[in-house]
Design a protein around this ligand. Structure first.
Ligand code: AMP
Length: 286
């Protein structure tokens, strides 16, 4: 496994692999790796000749009052995890390697980014799409791996790839959870013991929604109300959103039809956590 910090180094390694006809799987991350990230890396390992993991806390996807400075970082541990999982190359750039002082070009999107997390994080997806575009150009992956945990991120990246004709496959991977149901997240480390217990309202609310969907409930307002009730019973929780949206357009639906996404964002104390479940009307929950 090699670690490179500069765009020039990764580009020359990628060119070498491409000349040899090797396929490349890319797993973009912000580091502080957990089993969720590991599941993406393992899948990439199975499906490609070469696996690249990028570790980059992307400043432009954080809002001015968000947790850029305090975001957890542990490169030594991440490096060991990547090595154990059979990663070929870690791309670990510093912000000034990715963004020149006069950087001024961004990738932006309408419609999908104005919903869900986009409402409280208006510049977030512009930052995500810009950095992911750069990583796609730099690493030239055949496949890129993203978690369903960040369902809106996955949907906007799929749409960008389609709209801008990126020549790669986006692979979505299932949410990895703690034993008690909490979706794994680097941000879970912000929670104290009481908050950690309170955070279970996210997965419990998702379970409540899932159950109603599986039982054939079609009325979105009733499903949302049941999901909200679970969260509102927890004094440490403050709802950012609880929504049922169309799985492709991410627009709110009033009636369940086709593919829908039930998604929540909740503050537990000062920590903002998200969770979701997809549902295909004819086939049951994913
Ligand atoms: P992050 O480091 O938080 O930017 O996440 C990097 C990638 O890992 C993203 O595609 C996330 O959706 C994915 N990911 C994070 N947590 C999980 C999880 N619990 N299960 C599956 N994928 C995840």
């Amino acid at each position: 496994m090699i670690t490179v910090n500069t765009v020039n180094e990764i580009v020359s390694q990628v060119r070498h692999w491409k000349r040899e006809g090797q396929t490349i799987g890319l797993v973009p991350t912000m580091g502080y790796l957990h089993e969720g990230h590991a599941s993406l890396i393992q899948r990439a390992r199975r499906e490609n000749d070469r696996v690249i993991v990028s570790i980059f806390v992307n400043p432009i996807q954080f809002g001015p009052t968000e947790d850029l400075a305090s975001y957890p970082r542990d490169f030594a541990r991440d490096s060991q995890v990547c090595r154990e999982l059979g990663t070929d190359l870690i791309f670990y750039p510093q912000p000034d390697e990715m963004y020149d002082a006069d950087f001024c070009t961004y990738v932006d999107m309408d419609v999908l980014t104005t919903q869900l997390c986009g409402k409280s994080r208006p510049t977030h997806f512009r930052g995500v799409l810009t950095v992911v575009s750069k990583l796609f150009h730099i690493a030239c992956p055949d496949r890129a791996y993203f978690g369903e945990k960040d369902a809106q991120q996955l949907a906007v990246i799929r749409r960008m790839v389609r709209d801008l004709n990126f020549d790669l496959e986006v692979v979505g991977c299932p949410i990895v959870r703690e034993a008690d149901g909490l979706a794994k997240s680097s941000r879970n480390t912000y929670l104290n013991e009481t908050e950690r217990k309170a955070a279970l309202v996210l997965s419990r609310s998702i379970e409540a929604g899932k159950k109603l969907l599986a039982a054939g409930e079609k009325d979105a307002a009733r499903i949302v109300a049941a999901m909200r009730a679970v969260i509102e019973a927890e004094p440490l929780a403050r709802i950012d959103y609880v929504e049922l949206v169309d799985g492709d357009s991410l627009q709110p639906v009033s009636t369940v039809a086709g593919t829908v996404l039930a998604a929540v964002a909740v503050y537990i104390g000062t920590t903002r956590l998200i969770d979701n479940t997809g549902f295909v009307e004819t086939e049951g929950t994913k």
